[in-house]
Write a protein that binds this ligand. Sequence first.
Ligand code: SF4
Ligand code: SF4
Length: 87
Amino acid sequence: MSRGTIRIDVDHCKGCTLCVSACPQEVIVINSEQVNGHGYHPAQLKEEEKHCTGCGICALFCPDACISVYREPMLHPAKEVGVWHGN
Ligand code: SF4
Ligand code: SF4
């Protein structure tokens, strides 16, 4: 299984939890200890999480295009392999 990782634009995340529910690996959580500039608790990848596959489903579900997906090998932006959803 391929591995990947994500980057979340926490400043624009609304903490809606759609990505949390959508992730088949259950590796995204809401950081209840952090509040962004809009007053929301943003999503984050679980610390030390190694089970992200880079599938891109979370990015597809995010209504605010806050998630960038990277997939091995070489952790290229997933845009190059067709699952990018974002800027
Ligand atoms: S890319 Fe896939 S496995 Fe990784 S956090 Fe997003 S939905 Fe979960
Ligand atoms: S779907 Fe997008 S806006 Fe909603 S919690 Fe996840 S990253 Fe934040």
